[in-house]
Design a protein around this ligand. Structure first.
Ligand SMILES: [Zn+2]
Ligand SMILES: [Zn+2]
Length: 270
């Protein structure tokens, strides 16, 4: 029986921490050999967890809330929760709620975590935004996110013993970084703004952002008449990533313009 067992160490989540990353951090803090134990006592399966997708219709975060002392509401806010439309009972999500919006699940990266080694060095937790396909760089450190261990070249995984180390023992905080282009910086910055990443306002940006704003303005007109399905069709299907693969810029701009349109629509309703 686990019902009365709270975890010995219960670090509080960061506001922009992903739930699966938090589960991995809990396992690490409590010296478990993998997050499997936390999932088991929380009665959660591994399915799609590495993408931070959870299902309100199937998953309960009640036990996780109990062993951590963190409210279920807070835990759900860290997850990308699947949105049920009508009476659909498909197990796999097509829409998830993320960053206060319902977004197509294709925006969410399913290949496993990416991370900024410098962010991890400064504060060792997994940011929700790193789960987005379109976020390929860190606007704070102007570097690419990494998705493979520089030592053993294997994809980074959540389900391992140590949050900061690869299975081979390499400390991921020591990964060397590659500087991103002005466009990639502008995109990562803009997406971070849309997703309200904490402290993003403190990032200095220059004229690079103007480039993006010009493209956004032209895309906004094109998009306004598009229906949702068409928009979803614009987004590339999950790609097997061999190295750094980027969404074509047009699709990223489309995503940004779409998000802005949605925000405008929400404000109109209020
Ligand atoms: Zn960073
Ligand atoms: Zn490794």
């Amino acid at each position: 029986m686990y019902s009365d067992n709270k975890l010995l160490r219960r670090p509080y989540p960061y506001t922009d921490e992903s739930l699966v990353g938090y589960i991995a951090r809990l396992a690490d803090s409590n010296y478990y050999s993998s997050p499997d134990y936390i999932l088991r006592v929380s009665a959660l399966t591994k399915t799609e967890r590495h993408a931070n997708i959870f299902y309100p219709q199937f998953d309960s975060l009640c036990l996780l809330s109990h062993i951590t002392g963190v409210s279920e509401k807070t835990l759900w806010s860290m997850a990308f929760s699947s949105v049920t439309l009508g009476k659909a009972k498909f197990f796999y999500a097509t829409l998830v709620q993320a960053f206060g919006e319902n977004i197509p699940v294709r925006f969410i990266r399913k290949q496993g975590p990416r991370l900024c080694p410098v962010c991890l060095q400064l504060s060792p937790y997994y940011r929700q935004i790193w789960h987005l396909h379109s976020v390929t760089g860190c606007p704070f450190h102007k570097c690419f996110l990494i998705e493979k261990c520089p030592n053993c070249h294997q994809p980074i995984q959540f389900f391992r013993a140590n949050l900061l180390k690869c299975k081979c023992g390499f400390d991921l905080r020591n990964s060397s970084i590659t500087t991103i282009s002005a466009e990639q910086f502008a995109l990562s910055y803009q997406i971070s703004l849309l997703c309200q990443v904490p402290d993003i306002d403190s990032v200095n940006y220059s004229n690079e952002i103007q480039y993006l704003e010009n493209l956004e303005a032209s895309n906004r007109d094109k998009l306004s008449g598009y229906n949702y399905d068409l928009f979803e069709g614009l987004i590339a299907k999950d790609t097997i990533i061999s190295d750094y693969v980027f969404f074509p810029l047009l699709e990223l701009h489309t995503l940004l313009a779409w998000s802005l349109t949605q925000n405008d629509a929400n404000q109109d309703v209020m």
